[in-house]
Design a protein around this ligand. Structure first.
Ligand code: FPP
Length: 249
């Protein structure tokens, strides 16, 4: 799928377009972006982090209600220590920035994933960010960090099992809604649209449960650091053209 930036938005007058309530983004391609420029991968992640702020603010400015970005998966710990270390430094720096800048835009940050494994200073920052979010009323920005769709489901199932063991829940009452209410996204609508730049056709363990009926848009020629608001607009137009049937006709 090749977005034509020039034509972004041409086919749909903005006021008639149906916007997704919740957009997920797999911020892929930082490594390749750096390699193309002969730079270390960590600089690709830095460029990706700068772009994360730009796209989140743009999404908020056009009225998206929820945005979820995949920042660090449960599998990303397998990367070389140096790269993981560089990412942790970036998380600290950009969360501090986001905490300051997003306040003005009323963006409400929420974390998806097991954040208990991070260093004490990063955990403190995460807590501070979530605390500040309580005062916000704007777009909910989920940052998935040490997140995996499978481990999220296991985590939810464990909570349900504990309730059954304690006698506060009957196995008969375990249904889709009950499980959803124990996911990190509890109370939020499922993503309507998931965008993946950099041309990989896989889910990479991202929102496995919630993405059951999400529309996917894979953008082949764009690496995450180069992804612009115009690319997002193009994806939103493409989404508006889709005929969602949710298994019906
Ligand atoms: C995938 O690209 C990207 C990541 C594993 C890291 C994404 C993180 C950021 C953009 C920083 C966000 C910062 C905050 C504060 C949320 P890749 O490394 O797999 O790229 P490649 O496939 O080209 O190697």
């Amino acid at each position: 799928m090749k977005p034509s930036i020039e034509s972004a938005g041409d086919s749909f007058p903005r006021e008639e377009r149906v916007l997704p309530r919740h957009v997920g983004i797999i911020m892929d391609g930082n490594g390749r972006w750096a390699k193309q420029r002969g730079l270390p991968r960590s600089l690709g992640h830095r460029a990706g982090a700068i772009n994360f702020k730009k796209i989140a603010r743009y999404g908020s400015s056009i009225g998206l209600e929820y945005m979820t970005v995949y920042a660090f998966s449960t599998e990303n710990w397998k990367r070389p220590e140096e790269e993981v270390g560089a990412l942790m430094v970036l998380f600290k720096q950009y969360l501090k920035d986001a905490l300051r800048d997003f306040l003005k835009e009323r963006i409400k940050i929420h974390f998806l994933g097991d954040t208990s494994v991070f260093s004490p200073d990063l955990r403190e920052l995460i807590q501070e960010t979530e605390e500040a979010a309580k005062q916000q009323e704007g777009m909910i920005l989920n940052i998935a960090m040490n997140y995996g769709g499978r481990s999220e489901i296991v985590h939810a199932v464990r909570q349900l099992a504990r309730q059954v063991q304690e006698g506060s829940l009957s196995p008969r009452d375990i249904d889709e809604e009950a499980l959803s209410s124990h996911l990190y996204t509890a109370g939020q609508p499922d993503p309507d649209l998931i965008i993946r730049p950099s041309g990989e056709y896989r889910t990479s363990n991202f929102m496995l449960w919630q993405a059951a009926y999400a529309e996917y848009i894979i953008m082949e020629d764009i690496l995450w650091p180069d992804f612009t608001p115009e690319h997002l607009e193009w994806a939103l137009d493409e989404y508006a053209r889709r005929n969602r049937r949710f298994g019906g006709i």
